[in-house]
Design a protein around this ligand. Structure first.
Ligand code: ADP
Ligand code: MG
Length: 271
């Protein structure tokens, strides 16, 4: 059997409904399993295919570590991670990742940046798909511009378009909007919850904004201080598409209060 046959995403590189993620007693200790720094306490969770999950937790509690482990960029010290029932043993290919810094290549035009994943993977021409995404993200007029000509919000939209180009089963975002101003951030939240619906990707969003965590997710996982464990698992029941005014409803603010209380009890700030 060739390696490709083992892929949960099949030869097209994608399962239409995203991929499920299973974490079984996952633990991470930096510097070896006997000593060192315990970043993640034994953690068990299942993220369903197509689900949009947000993670909030105190600064340094292991959120980015957890994301790296699921993406196969680092290995857990103990426990197991499965994506679409296949154990993660190395970098997961079918995943789009967006960080706080957009990491656009300054010498490439916007279209060239969005097309990069296809070039790296040696996929056939995806220019139509790239242009379609730029249009959806309202930056198609800048396809031939260079990243430095764009605002921070536009750059981040390009970064998300690039992450989605090859229709990955998973979309991971690690504090993607933290460097943006409040209004732009609101726009990005609306865009992200729209994209989650249209693209059907399983989404994992790390954020220190409780409001953003709720607005963009079907489910919010609350993590404790280090070593990070999941201390609450909250279902977010609101239908999509969502409008920003949703955040002012009693049901929304009640979820926010529930999350905030965890951190107040622990005497920590989210970050
Ligand atoms: N590569 C590494 N080597 C050693 N310690 C690390 C490494 N990466 C992160 N850490 C430590 O692990 C803990 C969790 O880090 P991180 O996952 O970045 O937290 P968060 O994203 O929640 O702020 C922190 O104490 C951090 O200093
Ligand atoms: Mg982090």
């Amino acid at each position: 059997m060739v390696a490709a046959d083992l892929s949960p995403w099949g030869s097209t590189g994608r399962s239409a409904a995203g991929a499920s993620i299973l974490l079984k007693n996952v633990e991470k200790i930096y510097g070896g399993p006997t000593g060192g720094l315990r970043a993640i306490a034994p953690l068990t969770a299942e993220l369903r295919a197509g689900q949009a999950v947000s993670i909030v937790g105190p600064s340094g509690c292991g959120k980015s570590t957890l994301m790296r482990l699921i993406a196969g960029l680092d290995a857990p010290s103990r426990g197991e991670i499965l994506i679409g029932n296949v154990p993660v043993t190395g970098p997961v290919p079918d995943i789009g990742i967006v960080f706080q810094r957009d990491l656009l290549l300054e010498w490439r035009k916007v279209l060239g940046n969005v097309l990069l994943p296809a070039e790296i993977k040696g996929l056939p021409d995806m220019e139509a798909r790239a242009r379609e995404l730029l249009k959806e993200f309202d930056v198609e007029a800048f396809a031939d511009a260079y990243p430095w000509q764009l605002s921070g919000g536009m750059r981040q939209r390009v970064a998300i378009a690039r992450a989605l180009l090859t229709r990955p089963a998973l979309l991971f975002l690690d504090e993607p909007f933290s460097a943006l101003d409040a209004l732009t951030r609101d726009q990005m939240n609306v865009l992200l919850q729209h994209v989650q619906t249209t693209e059907g990707v399983t989404t994992l969003l790390i954020t220190h904004s409780i409001m953003e965590a709720i607005f963009c997710a079907d489910r919010v996982l609350v993590m404790s201080g280090r070593p990070g464990a999941i201390i609450d698992d909250i279902r977010v029941p609101f239908e999509r598409p969502r409008r920003l005014a949703l955040r002012e409803t009693a049901e929304f603010t009640a979820i926010g209060r529930r999350i905030r209380e965890h951190f107040e009890k622990a005497g920590v700030l989210v970050g």
